[in-house]
Every structure is written in C-alpha cells, then in structure tokens.
Ligand binder design. Structure first.
Ligand code: AKG
Length: 279
C-alpha cells in the first residue's frame, strides 16, 4: 500500500505571517494569554523594575521617564509559556527558519510623563536585509495593560523596515525632514492584556508621550535567525536547574549562558540618541 501524503495542517496561516512581516513589518495575535497570566507577568516586571532602579546601571534610560531592563528569563514565571506558545513558535519558524534563536528577554517601561521618542529602528539594518532582502530578527511585545490613547501608545510606520537609513545617524535615526513619511503612515497600537505582537525591530517606530497617570510596561522577546548577531547586545543566562526544566524544543532555541547561580546583567543595549526626547 503506498503512503498518501497529506498536507500538514497549520494552526496559523504562514502566508499571512510572512505577508505581514515582510509587508507592514508588524503582526499580532489577540487573546494569546488570559488576563491572569498577564497579571503575573506584570507582578514580575514591577518587582524586577524596582530592583533594577535600585542598582546603578540596572535600567537603561530610553528617554525622559522611560526605561528598558534586560532580565533573566527564569525570573519571569511565564517565560517558558511564551517561548513555547504555538503562535510564537510558528512565527519564528516561518520567518527565521527552523534554527531560530531566542536572544533577548527584557521590558520597556514608559512611565507617566514619558515624551515622544524620535522615530527610530532598534539597530542598523544588517547586510542580509539590506542586500539579501531577508529579515533575520524579530521582536515580540506583550503589553501588561489595556493600552488607551492617553498612555503614549507604541506607534509604527508600516513598511519602513525596508527604508534605507544608511546616511542617517547611527543608521537608525532618520532626520526630522523624513518624519512626514512616518507620520503619514503611522499606526498607533492599542493592544489589550493577553495580545502579542511580532515585528521587525527595523520597522521605524517610536513610543509616544504618556499623558496618563498609568505606566505602560511591555515585555520584549528578541529572536534571531542563525546568521544574526543581536545576542552580542544581550546577556541571556539561565541556571542549570531552569535549563533542565525547559522542554527540549525550548532548550534547543535558547541562546544563553548556563550558570550555577544568576549573575548581574550588564545592561548593554544602550541607544544613545533615545536618551533625549524627540521634541
Ligand atoms: O514604547 C514602546 O512600546 C517601545 C519603545 C521603544 O521603541 C524603545 O525604547 O526602543
């Protein structure tokens, strides 16, 4: 009897994922986690943020009243749920290939009083994208609040992951004379607790001014294809015991140091030009 090959059933549409990330440069999944899961994430972030603020250099300044903190994955109780979530795994495999690598765990905290950031991308475009026209990294974001207009939503200019910024400051910061292009296509994202987004960190974006009295912490998971080198900006480390507790698939995709006990993270992903507000 000859075997009949059946098409593999996919829970998520690969063409939609590829079309979204190569087109707009951002996609999302609504209601990926329940609100209790997000509330736990928020508790962990709040505790780690207070810890980071107490330590000189523990939190990186990303503009007035705005911080970024890189964290140890195991101090986020839902970390393994996140990296094994079927949508996250499908998006990573579709865009970055079967040997993708999780390289960053951190969070942004735009506090009340945070100002508009300058439009930017998070690093300069690598040759694989500029010449090879292929995306080699993704950033997943998980909001810990239901975002409203006055909380300084994340704003993104769809399609601009392909813009040539080679003549611009650090190849990341377009001059103000380019802003009309981003403002004309800008989308303000208003995710709710439980939603996940995935974007190319090259798609030009900014955090906007938080005029509310509520902070808007957002978790960031950074993932690379094998040829990308964003791990160099980060120091992902896990204890031997935590590493052993992960599924073999999760272990295979985590680029990290295995340590006996967690060491302080040297917060290295400074983005100098973000320290000042755009306006
Ligand atoms: O406000 C946000 O959600 C993101 C901020 C941001 O893009 C950054 O600090 O690089």
């Amino acid at each position: 009897m000859s075997a009949v090959l059946k098409p593999q059933p996919y829970q998520f549409d690969i063409a939609d994922i590829m079309g979204g990330l190569y087109g707009d440069g951002i996609i999302g999944l609504k209601g990926a986690f329940d609100r209790a899961w997000v509330a736990r994430l928020r508790e962990d972030i709040d505790m780690l943020f207070q810890e980071a603020l107490r330590r000189p250099g523990g939190a990186l300044n990303r503009g007035p009243n705005r911080f970024y903190v890189e964290v140890h994955p195991e101090r986020i109780r839902g970390f393994s749920d996140l990296i094994t979530h079927p949508w996250v795994v499908t998006v990573c495999e579709a865009v970055l290939g079967p040997n993708y690598k999780v390289v960053e765990a951190g969070f942004d905290v735009p506090l009340p009083g945070a100002e508009n950031q300058p439009w930017h991308r998070d690093f300069k475009t690598p040759a694989e994208t500029r010449v090879g026209r292929r995306l080699t990294s993704l950033a997943f974001n998980i909001t810990t609040v239901d975002v409203t207009e006055n909380m300084g939503p994340f704003e993104i200019a769809p399609g601009t992951q392909w813009d040539d910024l080679s003549a611009c400051e650090n190849e990341m910061f377009p001059p103000k004379s380019f802003y009309h292009r981003y403002e004309a296509r800008a989308q303000r994202k208003m995710p709710r607790m439980g939603d996940i987004s995935a974007r190319s960190a090259l798609t030009i974006h900014r955090g906007t001014a938080n005029r509310s009295s509520i902070s808007r912490p957002v978790f960031v998971l950074g993932v690379d294809s094998p040829e990308a080198n964003n791990a160099a900006h980060h120091d992902l480390q896990v204890t031997r015991a935590y590493h052993a507790s992960l599924t073999p698939h999760a272990r295979e995709h985590l680029t990290c140091r295995i340590v006996e006990s967690l060491e302080l993270i040297e917060q290295a992903h400074t983005i100098e030009a973000l320290k000042k507000a755009a306006d």
